[in-house]
Design a protein around this ligand. Structure first.
Ligand code: COA
Length: 181
């Protein structure tokens, strides 16, 4: 049932999951989750992302079991950028990650973005499969640059795109929502 854009209650695999905006009391739990999921390098950036991104959490029985970080970046067109996300190990494989991404997509759609971009490493099969299933193209940075340029992005090349999005992983996960009018 959709309550408003900041809180969403769903039943996922028999679990009542609330997806909602992060609040201050969640931060320690999210940081612990980050430490248990990511290498030091990624943990540093994921924690930094908490400060300069919008963050939504997935909560089961008042416990945070996942989060997603995102923001809208203007590169001549508005692009929704999904940054770090994670689901607690004992809750993986039950559809929570997919619901977090879908929730994020709805926020982006409500803000009329032209495309959604995320990145990952070639070995991260769960992420690649998740985004493929949701209709994302899995491409290299040059291809992402070409596609975004074709829909009106003001970017010089793939390095400019990386710099403006501020994300540098190997593979780009890209979904175009709007063609130029
Ligand atoms: C990526 C991640 C968030 C997925 O969360 P999840 O709740 O387990 O994902 P879901 O249950 O919603 O799965 C959705 C789809 O993703 C794919 N997927 C999920 N886990 C998978 C796995 N272990 N192997 C292969 N595909 C997988 C499947 O296509 C799945 O659809 P299906 O169940 O219908 O086959 C989770 O694995 C995670 O937290 N990983 C560690 C952190 C990370 O790598 N984050 C991404 C980089 S920022």
């Amino acid at each position: 049932m959709l309550e408003d854009m900041s809180r969403f209650l769903i039943n996922v695999d028999g679990l009542n999951v609330v997806i909602r905006k992060v609040c201050k009391k969640d931060l320690d739990k999210i940081k612990n989750l980050i430490d248990s999921c990511f290498s030091n390098w990624h943990a540093y950036y994921a924690k930094r992302g908490l400060k300069n991104h919008e963050v939504y959490v997935a909560e089961v029985c008042n416990d945070v079991v996942g989060f997603i970080e995102f923001k809208v970046v203007n590169i001549g067109i508005d692009v929704g950028h999904i940054y770090y996300m994670c689901v607690r190990r004992d809750f993986r494989g039950r559809g929570i990650g997919r619901r977090l991404v879908e929730y994020c997509e709805n926020v982006f759609k409500s803000r009329d973005v032209s495309a959604i971009i995320a990145t990952t490493q070639e070995y991260n099969i769960p992420v690649i499969n998740l985004f493929k299933k949701l209709g994302y193209l899995i491409v290299d940075w040059y291809t992402a640059y070409r596609i975004l340029k074709n829909i009106g992005a003001n970017i010089e090349d793939e390095y400019d795109l990386m710099w403006k999005i501020y994300d540098y992983d190997d593979l780009v996960l890209l979904k175009v929502l709007k063609q130029p009018s």
